[in-house]
Every structure is written in C-alpha cells, then in structure tokens.
Design a protein. Sequence first.
Length: 523
Amino acid sequence: MLSRFWEFHGGVRLNRHKELSSEQPLAVAPIPKQLIYPLQQRGGLNSKALVAVGDQVLKGQIIAGDDHPLSVPTHAASSGVVTALEYRPVPHPSGLDGLCLVIDTDGLDRAVRTKSVKDFNHSKPDTLRRRIREAGVVGLGGAAFPTATKMNTGNRTIDLLVLNGAECEPYITCDDCLLRTTPDSVLQGAAILMRILGVERCIIAVEEDMPEAAQALEKAKLGGRPPSPPAPSPRFALPDGEGSKGVADATTYSNIEILKVPSKYPTGGEKQLIQVLTGREVPVRGIPADVGVVCQNVGTAAAVYAAVVEGAPLTSRIVTVTGPGVARPQNVVARIGTPIAELVAYCGGYTERAQRLIMGGPMMGLALPSDELPTIKSTNCILVADSDAVGGEKQALPCIRCGACSEACPVNLIPQQLYWHSRSDQLKKAQAYNLFDCIECGCCDYVCPSHIPLVQYFRAAKGRILDKQREQQKADHARLRFEARQARKEREKREKEEAARRKKEALAKAATDESPGRPPPSP
Ligand code: SF4
Ligand code: SF4
C-alpha cells in the first residue's frame, strides 16, 4: 500500500448520499415489455440496423453495428420481435430525437450461443481485443468509449493499468456494489486487460469510504469469498449453466494493488485519478497513454471478463436507481434498453419529492425530459431528485470576483474569466482561456457564492463554437466545391478551344496537301 498520494489542484468535498442505495442488496430487474436501442454511437455516428421490423431476435443477437472504430455492435438483451425502427427521444445533451430499434420482448429470454475464450493466458492480445469489440464492450464509467479501441495504444509504451473504482459523484454506488458482490470478475478482467497491454502492474483504485469494496477485492485476491452474502450475478450468463472458470494465476493477482484514494470530488476523473496515483500529469488535450497509463472503469473490467471468459455480450449492467424521489433506492442489474420508467417502477415508483430525472450524478449528470427514455450502456445511475439534491434553485447574483471558482477548478482554469467571455459571446477569448479543457465537473458552480450557473454558460459557449465550426466547415466545403467546378469549367473550355484550333489546323493542312492551288474547304 502506498503511504502517500499526489494531489491535484482544486476539487471539493461533497455530501455523498451513498447510503441511500448502498445499504440495499443488489436486485435483478425483470425483463421489460419493450427494449429500446438508440443507434447513435460516439461522435454522432449512427450504426446500421441489421434487423428489420417484424424480425424475431434472440438474446445476445447483434441487431446493429458497423466497422467504424468508434462504433460497437448492439446486442438484444432479450428475445422478442422488432416492432419499430423510428425516431424517439434519446439520452443525449442535444435533446434531439434519435433513430432507435424497438423490440417487444416475448418473456422467453431465448439466447444465441456465443464463443468464449476459456484460457486467456494463451490467447493473443489481438484475439482478446477482437472478442471485446464483438461483445460490444464500452467504458461503463460514463464515457462509453469503445474498450477495444482504447486498448489499442499504438507505439506508446504502457507500464500501468489503472482500474477506476473511485466513484466520486454523490448518490452513485453501482461500482461499489459490483466490487462488493463480484470482485473476482473485476480481478479476472484486470488480468485480461494486463495481458492485452503487456503490462505487469495494475492498480485498482477505490475511495477511502468504500471499505467493504476494498476488503472484498483483497479477499478475492487471496482466493477468499466476498464478505457480503451471495448476490445475484450482475453478469449476463449465456446460456444458463455455462460460464466462468477463473484462469488468472496467483502471479497476476500479486501484481494487482488495491488502493484507497481520498474521497474528494472529482478524484474519479481519469486524469485526476492518474495524477493522484502516480504523480503523472496527462497533458492538456492528451490521453493517459501519453504518460504510460491506460485507465478503465471497474465495471468495464467485469464486462471484459464476461465477454472473454463467458462469451457474454454487454447487454446488462448495474444501475443505481436512487434519490429522494424514488421509493426504494437500490442497485439493480438492468438490461440495456430498459425504459427508465420500468426501472423506477421496479424500485417502488416515485415519491412526492420527485421533481427532476437525471442520468448520472447531480454534478455531471444529464437532465432527462421524460422517463420514456431507455437505459443505455453508459447509464450508471438514475437519480430522481428534488431541488435540494441538485443544489436548490437559487437566484444568480453578479460575480463578486472572489476567485473561489479558480480555487476549486481541478483543471486549473479561471472560471470567472470563462464566464465573462462566454456570457458576452466573446468566444475567441473564451477559447484562449482554454474553454475546451473544462471537464464540466461543476466544482466552480458548487462553490460560487453568487450561485452563477457557470457550467451552463460553458456548455452553451462550447455548443456555439462547435456550431460555428460546423458552419465554417460547410462553407469551406461549399467554396472548395464551387472553386473545383469553376476550375473544371475553365479547363473544359480551354480543352474545347484547343481541340477546335487543332481541328482547324488539321483541316487546313489536309486541304493544302490534297489540292495545291485550290482554296481549302471551310472547317
Ligand atoms: S466564484 Fe462566482 S462570484 Fe466568485 S469569482 Fe467565481 S464566478 Fe465570480
Ligand atoms: S466545470 Fe470546468 S471550469 Fe468549472 S471547475 Fe470544472 S473544469 Fe473548472
């Protein structure tokens, strides 16, 4: 165990509200009547639907996908019939509808057979990476970046794998629950990821107030059982009865350290956690691999284990359904695609305090317009909040230039400057103050005595800049096409004139050759 950690600038201590959900046992949500799958992937791309309306599908069947590196296949989480391919509300910051596949389930849960790798110690890294991609595994910490793509680090030298279990946002306890109930799957996942990267060191980081999770991991490392009573497996087993044979050996486990990091928000941010654990600073606009580290969420490691050893595609995950607005806050294993309304109903429904629905935590979560939206792979939490849970609705006052926001910013930005420039639409100046380095953690909002919704201004300014860039790109594209068309017309005109000139010369020459002394025929 390390005796000290490095510190990152800023951050805040928050009321955690974790006990609401963490003290309840893990439950398994029933098969929903309908499963909804948005086709949108990272970068705004839509994957291709591989089934049509009316098709019967099985659990684990690929229903959408393509070859783009930022896209992963989507698998049906239960059997049924495809009833729609249509635009519906989806969980996305734009608030726009997205194209979705809809499956009406039949309750039978019939599954396809899939391939598994029983002994990953003898598999090539490329084979393991391919299996992870085929299983549709993405980062489950919230970013949903394709895991196989993230594990491809090019020519960079990697010496450390970090598994992030530092769940620093208030209310969310899905990683804590996973670690307490199935620590073996996380350790096995770590071993697979270490093999792919060729590294001999892994740190699994949890927060200091997750003692049971740390204890469960330590016991599993030694081959013991988790201390909590047996719980339903969050893994998707395909088909029943087939499944895991632990194949990581004691040597691999001895290279895995379990460290408890300070409970300060946002320690669980990828760059902040790497700095806390190693003292290495990921450069601005860089990635962890630039400093020799690959960081994955603990849930992602468990999904990697399920994909490789159990042959199970990513069709379910643990979701924390919590907040003062839900009757029975708890962690549930939910099928991806389940409408949020069904998850809330399973947790006892809404209470009188329910005012807002948030996907994620109160600091960085996404406000949802309705509970008809589906659970997606990155849904770690459904927070049914009252106004207190999201900091209350206080009147914003003028900035008093106290500097508290700069003190709190973990990225070392100057939020009050960003605020002035964003508010007055001086977007170039906002960019000069590194607006795009802002991770939207909300620390500045949290400490601002004037209750200025700073992050809202930053998000809006980023949106306007991106819109302008897109417009500029469109205009540039149109200009280039116009110039290319003009150039082609000029060239064609020149070629025509040249051809006419040559023809005229040829005719003149022919006439002279055939009839000396006679006038040449007209061209
Ligand atoms: S914390 Fe609020 S009031 Fe203080 S400088 Fe920052 S924006 Fe202004
Ligand atoms: S939201 Fe952005 S500006 Fe505010 S503290 Fe976080 S990183 Fe800094």
